[in-house]
Design a protein around this ligand. Sequence first.
Ligand code: ZN
Length: 288
Amino acid sequence: MRKATDAKDASIHGTSTICQDAIGAGENFCKFTLGKTTVIALRDGYVDMPTTRLRKPDGQPFQGDLPPSIPLVDGKLRLSVNAFLIIDGDNHILIDTGAADSWAPTLGRLPQSLREAGVDPSLVDTVAITHTHEDHVNGLVAADGSNAFPGLKRLFIPSQAIPLFDNIDRLARFRNLRAAIGDGFRIGQSVMAVSALGHELGHTAYEVKSGGSTLLIWGDTVHVPAAQFDRPELAWEFDADQDKARASRLRLLQRCDKPSHFIAGAHLEFPGIGYVTRQAGGYRFTPL
Ligand SMILES: [Zn+2]
């Protein structure tokens, strides 16, 4: 994965050239190499949300004063829903699962996206979850009620999220398989859990490090990319703890504002991978 180092180079990373660094791409997947690993961004779909979900630093919604730079679709915020597969040595590690049929009809494409990328869902042997919201975990069960990943051997859930996970009836069949993990837990040769508390109990990012490059798959650290990079102090209504989520966002942005560091987000515009650079008052996100 390449990171531009000067303004001229950065200028070729516009949204119209998305996936240009990819080694393979289709409508629903985008494949990159990161050192010895392969990272595949997978589209589950999108959801449209009312603008009142975005919150000012005092927790209040915008009332007719939404920054005009934020794109809307029929007056709503459109959030991409992405998951990421890491092929790390012998392991196929999936970070989040999409929603399957549990939420909006515009979601649930992930198994098809995997197949389009040339990966049979049965090859996924490890799933690690950023948090237990439906668009991140309910895709463990396919729309037809079968196990979406029949070859699943390891299922990692952040320890603080275990009680929430165990409360989801749809996922009862996985209670014997799930294992609790914490900050610093290593999932494979190149993947490590990084605590990112705030959005939901146990909210966890996963860092992929290989060949001198680092990718932080940070779940729901940013929901509205057009707003929250520039102004990381803006919050999301569904952040269980908005102050903690804001602190995590700032900490992770700072952590990733370095050469050869990339981020991947569940709700960044597909494929949801890029890099950040510091700018006055906040950060700038440059998609790959
Ligand atoms: Zn989410």
